[in-house]
Design a protein around this ligand. Structure first.
Ligand code: NAG
Ligand code: NAG
Ligand code: NAG
Length: 435
């Protein structure tokens, strides 16, 4: 029912590029499995110092939006209101070139528990929203997206999003957001840290590897992050006491990174920090990963440490009143990694701001919003705004939840604030999105 993914190789274009290839691609960087007729996204992407590069040695800068797919229904949100094509077209129309697509490990756990078969979207809607509302939402979903039917599985919806992104040349940064399919995050939700109530490490690495392998068929997939917003396991004080520190962070992050890279060597691996991913200082400065004395080393990521690792940070200092202090704070927390000229930066990495956001009413007319746009524009650094969603199928127990921070309105048909899009978003995209 869903078309298979074909690589686009129009014959005449391929011949033409074939003739020009020696000129165009004379010195590709960090070559893995690149073929000259591959076309967009000119993958695999690699890192080179503070930049992400494609196989043409062009610098790739993500200018993107978060598209949640980790809620209870465990498919990307919005699809009971709009088609995948219309949502992707909407973001493409303003120059957004990437999505951070989130998923829950529970989806993969259920596939394993079900003998390798994913459950259908119809079942998933009903499990998440109840018989009446689940059936109603499922019917709307099929009406909006008529290539789907009662046999469609959750993963097939992800596949269709990936296929549309490939068609419209939107990079996908695939993010494991939660173990359970549910709204994220608080410290007491049992999903906070390796070994927390619902955060089983083997399930997690298995899920990462599963999605990395599955994602090989997604032409648009260029990077994968390991886990959203690691945080103190407040409902598990013993674990917090014994394990919530940089030393264990390193132990588990290496397992996650190996799982992704082992299953799919083509993708960049995105590492996120402590305390809701707000800082990565010891990684950048090469200081002790406490309470131990070991330090971060690219050699510990065998075969890919030199050119596949990217850092990500989140920032929600929405009440900031001074842009310089916000910038200084972000610099110390990780943006220093973009500055090889700074002797304190022991290592240099690309840094992505994978979450920041604000209320679309007045929240974007703030020091915080303009300051971040300024920082990202100056640094030419990648970003993903929270959030594309105008509403969620369900969030924190409330169905059809209105998202006032959403780029889109409630039914995902238009921008929530065209003033924001014109005055802030478009300039930010213009200053950053690349190539
Ligand atoms: C890639 O581009 C950079 C400039 O962005 C240049 O310094 C470097 O030499 C190029 N590398 C190759 C292999 O062409
Ligand atoms: C079902 O949807 C209606 C609105 O369409 C809502 O009022 C009701 O709370 C929903 N049921 C549940 C169990 O959330
Ligand atoms: C891990 O996955 C299995 C299914 O393979 C599931 O039964 C179990 O509950 C999962 N563990 C956690 C902590 O979610």
């Amino acid at each position: 029912m869903l078309g298979l993914l074909f690589r686009y190789t129009p014959i005449s274009l391929a011949v033409c590029i074939g003739l020009l290839a020696p000129l165009l691609y004379a010195s590709p960087v960090g070559i893995h499995e690149y073929r000259q007729d591959d076309g967009w996204p000119f993958a695999p992407l690699v890192t080179s110092g503070r930049d992400i590069k494609n196989t043409k040695n062009e610098t790739v800068v993500y200018a993107g939006a978060n598209w949640p797919g980790h809620g209870e229904v465990m498919i990307p949100d919005g699809l009971a209101y709009q088609s995948i094509e219309s949502i992707v077209s909407k973001i493409k129309s303003v120059g957004i070139n990437a999505i951070r697509l989130t998923y829950a490990i529970q989806m993969i756990d259920e596939i394993y528990a079900n003998g390798g078969e994913d459950i259908t979207v119809q079942t998933s809607f009903i499990q998440a929203l109840g018989q009446a509302n689940g059936t109603a939402r499922y019917n709307e979903f099929v009406e909006q997206n008529p290539t789907f039917d009662e046999t469609t599985t959750r993963l097939q919806v992800f596949d269709a999003v990936a296929e549309e992104c490939a068609k419209q040349e939107i990079y996908i940064n695939l993010d494991n957001h939660m173990s359970q399919g549910a709204w994220c995050c608080n410290t007491g939700d049992g999903n906070s840290w390796f070994g927390d109530t619902y955060f089983n490490v083997e399930n997690w690495t298995r899920g990462l590897a599963y999605m990395a392998d599955h994602g090989k068929s997604w032409r648009a997939l260029t990077s994968m992050s390991l886990r959203n917003e690691l945080r103190t396991p407040a409902s598990n004080p013993t674990l917090q006491q014994q394990s919530y520190h940089w030393q264990d962070w390193y132990k588990y992050v290496r397992q996650g990174a190996d799982a992704v890279h082992g299953a799919n060597p083509g993708v960049l691996v995105v590492l996120s920090g402590l305390d809701f991913d707000t800082w990565l200082t010891p990684v950048v400065q090469g200081t002790a990963l406490t309470p131990g004395s070991g330090t971060f080393s690219r050699d510990d990521f065998e075969g890919y440490g030199s050119d596949k690792l990217v850092l990500e940070l989140h920032n929600y200092a929405n009440s900031a009143s001074n842009c310089d202090s916000l910038k200084n704070d972000l610099y110390r927390k990780g943006y220093q990694a973009l500055h090889p000229e700074d002797p304190e930066a022991a290592d240099v990495f690309p840094v992505l701001l994978t979450e920041f956001g604000f209320d679309m009413g007045t929240g974007w007319r703030t020091v915080y919003a303009t300051c971040l746009a300024d920082l990202l524009s100056t640094e030419k650094a990648g970003w993903f705004i929270w959030v594309l969603a105008g509403s969620y199928y369900i969030r924190s127990g409330r169905q059809d939840y209105e998202e006032t921070w959403g780029l889109l309105n409630h039914d995902w048909s238009d921008w929530r604030s065209s003033d924001y899009v014109e005055e802030n978003l478009k300039p930010l995209i213009g200053n950053t999105a690349s190539p």
